[in-house]
Structures are given as structure tokens and as C-alpha cells.
Design a protein around this ligand. Structure first.
Ligand SMILES: NC(=O)C1=CN([C@@H]2O[C@H](COP(=O)(O)OP(=O)(O)OC[C@H]3O[C@@H](n4cnc5c(N)ncnc54)[C@H](OP(=O)(O)O)[C@@H]3O)[C@@H](O)[C@H]2O)C=CC1
Ligand SMILES: O=C(O)[C@@H]1CCC=N1
Length: 283
């Protein structure tokens, strides 16, 4: 019998559920090999148990003991306190820690965890829930190629995986970690516009879903640039030209690029604010 890799997820919020939901989908809807723990919200753990068959732990010890992989799916400002709680529980010879926390660097994570702990940094997105995450991974000092291969397999079950140098993680976070939000933001603008122009919310939602899904498919299937693709829709003096002219006049593209730059900068700033403190390094 082959050993089913056991996974503890610390944190039970949006990202944890996206991961659990995606992994469960690849396993007949249930993920009994996943144990989940949060801080206070027991009701939330019970919901996840009911929905996906995950085991809801009562303590860090119960959550992480004997697990092959521990995923930190908590906010960046909670990572150090959780790492502190794990120090006496982790076995660096056997266990891999994967952090999905935005910004927090591998070196910082390694300094908070027991010496020689294998750490991998991951940046998935909430499209994991529909097996369509665009995840980036960076490998820490002590993680083995085998552990990286395992992380690739884990995140491949919920979408695509790209291994990047850690220096590229802030950019990947601004583009792909936050990325779905930009599309939902545009969808919201389209929805509000559609309703203002007289469509019913249900009609509008259906049209917008199909339009965004179709455009995403075209982007994936075509070798044409995004510009070529929108130019194809623009008849001279037509409707699309009228809309794009208005967007260009308002520098909407520049605004979008600046917005993404803000996300990338924020990821770097989060990382810098938790920069490794040598006094706290565990030996
Ligand atoms: N949301 C996203 O799209 C993405 C998020 N990320 C990263 O994932 C991480 C989680 O984000 P997200 O899921 O959105 O956050 P949420 O706020 O939705 O969830 C945070 C979770 O952490 C739990 N928690 C807080 N403190 C502790 C603790 N000491 N021990 C155990 N659990 C704790 C909370 O429990 P309780 O409710 O009981 O307080 C809650 O379940 C962040 O670091 C973020 O940067 C990465 C990629 C995309
Ligand atoms: O907004 C955030 O901080 C998280 C990280 C990437 C996506 N959401």
C-alpha cells in the first residue's frame, strides 16, 4: 500500500478553503488526509469538515504531529507566532513547511523555524477552488528536490505551477496572487454598467461570465497578443473603438499598471517588515 501524504493546513480562511476545495475535487470531493486548524472560529472548521471531510484539529500538536507537509495559510502578521508554536513540534528531518503568506521571505521563515527546516514558498490564487490556480513556488535552502517535486504535484492538482527565483515572488504575487481580484473588479464594473443600461442582474451576470470566460479561452488558445485580440473587435468608428478611446483618454492602462505595481511594492514591503532577525534564529 502506498503512503498517502498527510497535510496540515494552519489557517482556515479563503486561501485554505480554495486549496482544500481544489484538492478535494481531485479526490472525489473529500480530503480526509488534510487536517485543518484555525485560531478561534470552530464553526468554520466544522463547516470545512462537513463540506470536504477534512479533519478539524484542536491543537497545533494534533494538527502537525506526523504530517508530511504543513501549509501556513495564515495572514503574514500571524506567521511568526504560529512558527513559534511549531518550533518544539516540527521534525526537520521529515516535515516540509509550505508558506502561502504574501511577502514573507524564505530566509525569514527559516529563521523562525527549527534549524534546517525544509521550507517552500508558494503563491497560489483563489482559482485553486476551480482547479485553475496559477501558482508560483520558490524553494528554500533545506528543501530537497524530492520535496519540491512533491509541492509541484500538490499545487499541480489545483492548477498550473511555475518555479521561480524568490526575487520574482513579489511580481508573481502582484500579478497572479492578487490577479483574480482585478478581473472580478472589471466584472463588477461591467455588471453595474449592464444594470444601468437596462439588463436584469441575472441576464447581465450570465452574459459577463460567458464573455470573460470566452476571452480567457481566446487568450490561452491564441498566439496573438492581447492588443491584437482587442483590435480584432474594434471596427472603425464602431462601438468597441468608442469604449477603448474613452479608456485610453483616461489612461486606464497606465492606471492598471500602477495598481499592479502597488501590489508588488506591498508584497516587498511586507517581506521587508519581517526581515530576518538573527537574535530569533533557532539553533
Ligand atoms: N486570499 C487570497 O487570494 C490569497 C491569499 N494568500 C495568502 O494566504 C494567507 C491567508 O490569506 P486568507 O486565506 O485570505 O486569510 P483569511 O483571513 O481568510 O484567513 C486567515 C486564517 O488564519 C487563521 N489564523 C489566524 N491566526 C491563527 C493562528 N495563530 N493559528 C492558526 N490559524 C490562525 C484564521 O482563523 P480565525 O478565523 O479562527 O481567526 C483564519 O482561518 C495570507 O498570508 C495571504 O497572503 C496567498 C494567495 C492568495
Ligand atoms: O491581498 C493579499 O494580501 C493576498 C496575497 C495575494 C492575494 N491576496
Amino acid at each position: 500500500m502506498t503512503h498517502q501524504t498527510t497535510v496540515a493546513i494552519l489557517g482556515a480562511g479563503s486561501m485554505a478553503e480554495a486549496l482544500i476545495g481544489g484538492i478535494a475535487k481531485t479526490n472525489g470531493g473529500k480530503a480526509p488526509h488534510i487536517t485543518v486548524l484555525n485560531a478561534n472560529n470552530r464553526k468554520r472548521l466544522n463547516q470545512l469538515h462537513a463540506a470536504y471531510g477534512v479533519h478539524a484539529a484542536q491543537s497545533y500538536e494534533e494538527a502537525v504531529k506526523g504530517k508530511d507537509v504543513i501549509v501556513l495559510a495564515i495572514k503574514p502578521h500571524n506567521v511568526q507566532e504560529v512558527a513559534d508554536s511549531l518550533v518544539s513540534l516540527l521534525d526537520p528531518q521529515k516535515q516540509l513547511v509550505i508558506s502561502v503568506a504574501a511577502g514573507i521571505k524564505l530566509e525569514t521563515l527559516e529563521s523562525w523555524l527549527p534549524a534546517d527546516t525544509a521550507v517552500i514558498r508558494a503563491m497560489p490564487n483563489t482559482s485553486a477552488r476551480v482547479l485553475a490556480s496559477a501558482t508560483t513556488l520558490s524553494i528554500g535552502t533545506y528543501a530537497t528536490e524530492w520535496q519540491l517535486a512533491f509541492a509541484k504535484t500538490l499545487f499541480s492538482s489545483i492548477g498550473t505551477v511555475t518555479v521561480v527565483d524568490e526575487q520574482q515572488m513579489d511580481a508573481a504575487t502582484g500579478i497572479a496572487g492578487s490577479g483574480p481580484a482585478y478581473i472580478y473588479y472589471v466584472a463588477e464594473a461591467m455588471l453595474n454598467a449592464a444594470i444601468a443600461e437596462g439588463l436584469s442582474p441575472a441576464e447581465a451576470r450570465a452574459l459577463i461570465n460567458q464573455t470573460i470566460g470566452g476571452a480567457a479561452k481566446q487568450l490561452s488558445n491564441s498566439s496573438k497578443s492581447p492588443k491584437d485580440l482587442y483590435k480584432e473587435i474594434m471596427s472603425p468608428n464602431g462601438t468597441t473603438e468608442a469604449a477603448i478611446a474613452h479608456l485610453d483618454h483616461s489612461s486606464a492602462q497606465e492606471l492598471f499598471q500602477q495598481a499592479i505595481h502597488q501590489a508588488v511594492k506591498r508584497s516587498a514591503a511586507i517581506g521587508a517588515s519581517f526581515e530576518r532577525d538573527p537574535i530569533h534564529k533557532h539553533q
